[in-house]
Design a protein around this ligand. Structure first.
Ligand SMILES: NC(=O)c1ccc[n+]([C@@H]2O[C@H](COP(=O)([O-])OP(=O)(O)OC[C@H]3O[C@@H](n4cnc5c(N)ncnc54)[C@H](O)[C@@H]3O)[C@@H](O)[C@H]2O)c1
Length: 161
């Protein structure tokens, strides 16, 4: 963790949206960390393999570090948040296909729901002290609109306890 720079953690960093977020914040001079386990290749086969994009980011960004981590790995996500203490988390790791969700319902739920909750809970646990939680809640963005918003309400409710 570099105390002089803002730090962002992007999940799904090798994907379409995540990689754009990485590039954008790298250009702004942030310290950028990405989580991706290339699960898109498991979902969509060789055409879904995003290693090329991971390598492109590693080669072209000034301050990008890839973390080979599965958002379903609750302890791994918690340890990562504890280590990085990011100023901003952008969560785009996902199973994005509605058609595939029907065929692989458990994988879809585990990645999109449980993975998101793992991340939200890790942010809450690590950033709750000293009033920092509000900052994290406001900074927590997500491409998967309504589902994550619903979890943000859960976090804000928790803040009032
Ligand atoms: N692409 C769009 O136009 C668009 C528009 C609106 C919303 N969205 C939503 O944004 C999110 C991201 O979309 P995208 O197009 O960037 O998808 P994408 O498939 O290109 O990227 C998702 C990335 O997440 C990674 N990933 C999947 N499961 C993972 C796991 N368990 N652990 C770690 N990494 C994992 C994949 O390997 C992939 O690189 C999705 O929820 C999608 O529904 C996308």
């Amino acid at each position: 963790m570099n105390m002089d720079k803002n730090t962002i953690l992007v999940t799904g960093s090798s994907g379409l949206i995540g990689s754009e977020v990485v590039t954008y914040f790298d250009h702004l001079g942030w310290e950028v960390h990405g989580i991706d386990n290339n699960m898109r290749a498991d979902f969509f086969g060789p055409d879904g393999d995003k290693r090329w994009n991971q390598r492109r980011l590693e080669a072209t960004c000034r301050s990008f570090r890839h973390h080979e981590l599965d958002t379903r790995d609750r302890q791994g996500i918690l340890a990562c948040i504890e280590q990085l203490h990011p100023d901003l988390v952008v969560h785009t790791a996902a199973q994005p296909s509605h058609d595939l969700a029907a065929r692989r319902a458990f994988d879809d739920f585990d990645v999109n729901a449980v993975g998101t909750l793992n991340l939200l809970e890790a942010v809450r646990l690590v950033c709750y002290e000293g009033g920092r939680m509000r900052l994290c809640v406001e900074n927590l963005l997500a491409a998967r609109g309504c589902f994550v918003l619903c979890n943000i309400h859960y976090m804000e409710d928790y803040r009032h306890e």
